[in-house]
Design a protein around this ligand. Sequence first.
Ligand SMILES: NC(=O)c1ccc[n+]([C@@H]2O[C@H](COP(=O)([O-])OP(=O)(O)OC[C@H]3O[C@@H](n4cnc5c(N)ncnc54)[C@H](O)[C@@H]3O)[C@@H](O)[C@H]2O)c1
Length: 374
Amino acid sequence: MKQNIKKILVTGGAGFIGSHTVDLLVKNGYQVVVLDSLKPPTHNGKIPTWFNKKAKLVRGDVRKKKDWQRALDGVGAIVHLAAYMDYHPDFSTYVQTNIESLSLLFEIITEEKLPIKKIIIASSQAVYGEGKYHCRSHGIIYASPREEKQFERHQWEQRCPVCDKEVAPIAEKEEDILLPLVPYGLSKLASEQFIMAMGRAFSIPAVALRFSIVVGARQSFRHFYSGALRSFAVNARSNEPIEMNEDGGQLRDFVHVQDVALAIVRTLENSRANFEIFNVGSGHATRVFDLAKIVAKESNTKFKPLLQHRYRAGGARHSVMSISKLKKLGWKPQHTLREAVVDYVSWLSTIKGFRNNLRKTEAEMKKIGILKEY
Ligand SMILES: NC(=O)c1ccc[n+]([C@@H]2O[C@H](COP(=O)([O-])OP(=O)(O)OC[C@H]3O[C@@H](n4cnc5c(N)ncnc54)[C@H](O)[C@@H]3O)[C@@H](O)[C@H]2O)c1
């Protein structure tokens, strides 16, 4: 059933997923308010050129109660996307931005008795940790992170802890056991639990959306780590070999950012989504090597892969997700990975200094031991 909500607050609405969501909400006739700090790493203090002029911008920080108060005036629903990401070891910032922000929001809602009809939060595939695998002899296993010595021997695949044979990945489902391994994933799991418990306690419908790897134009360029697509596209455009972690055989789920925006709007409008958690992905498992091939082709360069010389510590071997639960609500991905790559590559050509930016963030990742070479 469609819910009657007119004015929506989108936190992080100047960012990658946020700006596409704002565009879709505006297109669908909603009034949109954005609460965004516009600060690094995503921004440089300036309003990005793609910010939708029909949305009202409130510059502020989701870690500050008074900034939430300024943004919440007359709002009927909230899409909370502002978050702290990456792999930096400043653990308290994940907690403050991703969890404390929600507690401030609920303080205001209860103190001021705000008539909020729905809250949607961005969660992540990171809540699944290493994910679920199948061993032919021992059935389903929830994998542990691979050990350093395994990486050094180039034994990339996950192995059964009982018989040590290679195991096959299984698509993660919402009801799976959740074993996040990094502060970011832990903070996202806590925010899911917080929103569901508090939403029920105060009868405010809540939805948590676990995004896989979101791809497309406007993806932050200054982040410490923003994934394979940025790295591959920069190398391809610079006519350098495309460096891949491990052997490039990792399976990942790359979902087009406009499909994610559509999932947000569909779950906002559909009361059957209330108090539910959904995976939001493409429904396809893509080998990282195949992504690299698409990037080279769409960048009009010869495909020159560079493999087996580096890995990301703590990175899952495979991450694949089932999207059947959200499909039952009538949503399904409309865009291909190739379309996302084309959008990203053409957007990249508008960015100054993309090569230096990537080299700088890769050097930082090596320095703190996240990206390892041998
Ligand atoms: N991009 C992905 O692949 C992906 C995958 C899984 C989950 N997510 C989640 O989706 C959401 C959006 O991610 P994105 O990729 O669009 O990131 P992004 O960095 O492009 O956008 C985040 C926005 O939030 C704003 N922001 C950050 N901290 C803030 C604060 N303290 N106060 C106010 N504004 C703040 C930033 O300025 C930025 O505009 C995040 O919650 C993220 O964890 C993203």
